[in-house]
Write a protein that binds this ligand. Structure first.
Ligand SMILES: NC(=O)c1ccc[n+]([C@@H]2O[C@H](COP(=O)([O-])OP(=O)(O)OC[C@H]3O[C@@H](n4cnc5c(N)ncnc54)[C@H](O)[C@@H]3O)[C@@H](O)[C@H]2O)c1
Length: 318
């Protein structure tokens, strides 16, 4: 039986990945400091004898020993908060760049053969190429989060060139679905739970974004690892559609059976570093036979309903 290590195993995507891989009959070692993740998401996995959870901070501690006899590393742990990056600048550097370096050193020392990395469509910054393909030019970064992911991707590639490691770098659009805990659907549902008559939205509402359901994201990752065999595999993940933020507001309001007065605060971007148009070219992943099950509207509805059923998540402090 293969052993896979997942960093960020208690997070939104990480915990879904734990369940997905346990269903495929492998052993999982999950590392997480529970800073934004939640042990509740691992409730089912913790009952499985093939899952071992280790609560540890990857930045502060020596982590090499956990990578012994591991076949593959899924490195998902990160500071995934794009919007408030400028409020705590060191966080993106430490959690996204230095932690990636520590993970790579542990991989090298333990001769692990594969790393799977969760990057982001934010690396393309304000690209002129829409839909944006993996080989688009993106010299200018607009957020510290995007910049830290570009750096992490670059360091991963250099380790792969030098030490016979294979990498799968996935650039996701925003992910939605069960256990979702951050992003615009979360913010809107949370605000509407407090005040059902009124919703303030950052930007003019015309920002165009693409989304993907977490289950489709995990199936794509799995398919790519099986079918792509370059030393460094860089793959966009997203749906073949996008939506304006104001359309998303309508879907969420309808789902909650509300008719709030919506105030748009104006500007093409919601905040510094927000990309006003994210739409990725996904020909590469579709060329190996993957296609998403859920469209964006379905994903937003599923996420809204999940949050209402688990409204304690909306009241969490972190
Ligand atoms: N959710 C999205 O829309 C999206 C889009 C693109 C890329 N990504 C990337 O996917 C990955 C997972 O994102 P997510 O949405 O599940 O975020 P998340 O915040 O839910 O998960 C991150 C997990 O990492 C853990 N973590 C953070 N720092 C740690 C540290 N120093 N030591 C140990 N554990 C630590 C957190 O506790 C959390 O459980 C991230 O790398 C993120 O940048 C997410």
């Amino acid at each position: 039986m293969k052993t896979y290590l997942i960093t960020g195993c208690a997070g939104f995507i990480g915990s879904n990945l734990v369940d997905f891989l346990l269903n495929k009959k492998c052993k999982i070692i999950g590392l997480d400091n529970l800073s934004t993740g939640n042990k509740f998401f691992l409730k089912k996995a913790l009952k499985n004898k093939n899952f071992k959870f280790i609560k540890i901070d990857l930045f502060k501690n020596n982590i090499e020993k956990y990578f012994k006899n591991v076949d593959r590393v899924y490195h998902l742990a990160a500071n995934a908060d794009v919007r408030f990056g400028l409020n705590h600048r060191k966080k993106d550097i430490n959690q996204n760049i230095i932690v990636t370096y520590k993970v790579l050193e542990s991989i090298k020392k333990n001769k692990v053969k594969k790393i799977i990395f969760s990057s982001t469509g934010s690396v393309y910054g304000e690209t002129k190429q829409i839909p944006t393909s993996e080989i688009a030019n993106f010299p200018i970064q607009t957020s510290l989060y995007g910049a830290s992911k570009v750096s992490a991707e670059a360091i991963i590639s250099a380790y792969c060139e030098a030490y016979n490691i294979k990498s799968y770098i996935f650039r996701f659009v925003s992910i939605l679905g069960e256990r979702y805990t951050h992003g615009h659907v979360f913010d809107f549902v949370k605000k509407l739970k407090t005040n059902k008559n009124f919703l303030k939205v950052l930007g003019d509402g015309n920002q165009k974004k693409s989304y993907l359901h977490v289950s489709d994201c995990l199936k794509a990752i799995d398919k790519a690892i099986t079918n792509c065999n370059q030393k460094i595999n860089i793959i966009n993940l997203g749906t073949q559609e996008y939506l304006k933020v104001k359309d998303s507001v309508s879907i969420i309001s309808k789902c909650l059976k509300l008719k709030p007065k919506v105030i748009y605060l104006g500007g093409k971007r919601g905040w510094i570093g927000d990309n006003s148009f994210i739409y990725l070219d996904t020909k590469k992943i579709r060329s190996i036979g993957w296609k998403p099950k859920f469209n964006i509207t379905e994903s937003i509805k599923i996420t809204t309903n999940y949050l209402m059923k688990n409204s304690w998540l909306l009241d969490r402090k972190n």
